[in-house]
Design a protein around this ligand. Structure first.
Ligand code: ADP
Length: 572
């Protein structure tokens, strides 16, 4: 020890100088390294700015970062970072973790996971939603991390691909919809085929059985009755299918005509009175709070919706229950009547999970529904679509075992002119009932009525002639429109009492023929003409009236309707 101290004492000055020089050298080395790092950063920055950035700067939708591999420090952020993200670039430069604020915590976790799994050899591509500071909508971005960035850096190129992403998403959605629509059409057709073939099979079977039992009138009658009721079911089904396909192709049109809500209530009341009585159901139709009664709209379609609700209510309510229909005037705004129509029953109710599906075509609560109650599951879908076309809404409330209520809210323009509201819709009836005319129409027969029938189809003509002739009518047949016009023109004045006119006929359609007849200058050119046609859409009926016909009877023909319509026209 003494030797060391002695040595230091002897060589103090050179040793001191050596120590100072070493400290100074270390200090200088530190300064040098710091300076070198700064220069390197500056170099990188310049490289970034002049090199890569120039190639990206024109593209405002991309920015890039240089991240030092060793400590993940951000060495460079291209200047449009702030503009694209709304984030403070300095904040991110100070702490790379700040980038996480761009995305949701869940997305951040997913990105971290992908980074952990990254082999750092291949490029890593990421796609994610992110939020631009100050904006509500989420943007969509993608980032590519290149492992071979210059100077031991990762190069991260970030692009905003929101527009692309939205276009891609829209295309995917369209594709999915197209697929679903095509699938729905296929399902619809196969369902249709099944639904039509089932009653058809029944009808043909019943007719075969009737033929076999022809010598036993009672049995024959039984089979024919069954065939008839199956035919009626098939007809309803076909009408529903046609309605549904017109709705789906956007072709369903609504009428705009003045009608009386009290008359609708009266019609519904008389339509369901006997059925409800027979089923021992309490039945009531109420009109509440009305100070107007005449509105403009599609009476037929509105009634179709209510009839569907009532038919279901009657069908699904056991004897002893009640069905109540309520029309209520809610309010009047800007010449429109806001109307509530409610059909309430105390029937079996609907399971809550089915309520959300009730408006889908062909949906029934379960397989046993069709078995026990029949029906096709189309009525609700049609009702829903009609009410939507009217800009209205349907609300369903139901409790299993307690009952169901369907409430329709629609608004209809109030008709101009007289709005004398009856005390109750029941007041509407006696006035009509008292009329002798109604009685006379009810008692009207075709006996002795001279009818010109224009019909190109032999089977239809044969049926029409035989049925009406059995009642005493005298029929002459024209095979097309041209012949009908000629036969009428050549007949003596008042030779015919009425014309029943098919529409689709060769040479001249029923509409053209009717128009020609109306143009004739003879005193009976205003003869009652009724279209009797399988064209049964609203626009067909409208066209028949427009060409001057008195009315439109749809095929298959209900001969009670023919009798009544002719009665109305002939008993003036
Ligand atoms: P359908 O009556 O011809 O089966 P709908 O479309 O009119 O077809 O009705 C669909 C289904 O909704 C019915 O089969 C039935 O399961 C259910 N539903 C409709 N109305 C009622 C009601 N008032 N009470 C109970 N269930 C109903």
């Amino acid at each position: 020890m003494n030797i060391i101290l002695e040595y230091i004492g002897r060589h103090f000055i050179p040793l001191f100088l050596l120590l100072t020089a070493s400290v100074f050298a270390i200090f200088c080395l530190g300064l040098f390294l710091r300076e070198r790092r700064r220069t390197r950063q500056a170099e990188l920055s310049v490289w970034g700015e002049r090199g890569f950035y120039q190639s990206f700067s024109a593209n405002k939708q991309e920015f890039f970062l240089l991240i030092q591999k060793s400590d993940l420090r951000i060495l460079y952020i291209s200047p449009n970072f702030q503009g694209m993200t709304g984030m403070d670039a300095e904040l991110v430069r100070a702490d790379i973790e700040a980038l996480k604020n761009m995305v949701s915590p869940k997305t951040a976790r997913e990105i971290v996971k992908q980074l952990k799994e990254w082999d750092r050899v291949q490029e890593l591509k990421l796609e994610f939603d992110y939020r631009i500071v100050g904006q509500q909508e989420l943007a969509h971005g993608h980032a590519v991390i290149h492992p071979e960035g210059k100077n031991d850096c990762y190069l991260v190129i970030f692009g905003d691909i929101t527009e692309d992403y939205q276009a891609r998403s829209a295309m995917k959605a369209e594709l999915k919809q197209a697929y679903q629509e095509s699938q729905a059409k296929t399902d619809f057709l196969s369902k249709m085929s099944h639904e039509i073939r089932t009653p058809m099979n029944g009808i043909l079977g019943m007719l075969s059985l009737a033929k076999v039992h022809v010598k036993d009138p009672e049995q024959t009658n039984y089979y024919l009755d069954r065939a008839k009721s199956l035919s009626q079911f098939l007809l309803t089904l076909i009408n529903d299918i046609l309605d549904m396909s017109r709705i789906e192709s956007g072709k369903m049109e609504l009428e705009k005509a003045v009608f009386d809500l009290f008359a609708v209530a009266e019609k519904l009341d008389s339509m369901f009175r006997s059925t409800t009585e027979a089923k021992n159901l309490q039945w009531d139709v109420q009109m509440q709070d009305f100070d107007v009664c005449r509105v403009v709209g599609d009476e037929l379609r509105m009634t179709q919706v209510i009839i569907n609700f009532i038919s279901n209510a009657v069908k699904f309510t056991p004897a002893g229950g009640a069905v109540t229909v309520t029309f209520r005037q809610m309010h009047k705004i800007d010449g429109n009547l806001h109307l509530m129509i409610r059909v309430r029953d105390t029937g079996k109710g609907i399971k809550s999970d089915f309520i959300s599906r009730i408006f889908r075509p062909f949906e029934q609560e379960d397989a046993s529904t069709a078995h026990h109650y029949g029906g096709s599951g189309l009525g609700m879908a049609i009702a829903d679509n009609i009410v939507k076309l009217m800009n209205g809404q349907i609300i369903v409330e139901s409790e299993e075992g307690k009952g169901t209520e369907f409430v329709v809210y629609i608004s209809l323009p109030i008709a101009e002119g007289d709005q004398t509201v009856p005390e109750s819709w029941k007041d509407v009836r006696p006035v009509e009932d008292a009329g002798d005319r109604k009685k006379a129409i009810e008692e009207f027969t075709l006996d002795g009525v001279h009818i010109l029938l224009a019909e190109d189809n032999d089977v239809n003509a044969e049926i029409a002639m035989e049925i009406m002739e059995m009642e005493g009518a005298i029929l002459e047949r024209a095979c097309d429109g041209l012949e009908a016009v000629r036969m009428f023109a050549e007949s003596p004045v008042k030779g015919y009492d009425a014309i029943l006119m098919d529409i689709q006929m060769p040479n001249m359609t029923g509409w053209e023929a009717a128009a020609e007849i109306r143009k004739l200058t003879r005193p009976d050119a205003d003869i009652p003409i009724f279209a009797m046609s399988a064209n049964a859409f609203v626009e067909d009926k409208r066209r028949s009236i427009e060409v001057g016909m008195n009315g439109h009877i749809s095929k298959p023909v209900d001969y009670d309707e023919v009798r009544q319509r002719l009665g109305e026209a002939l008993l003036k």
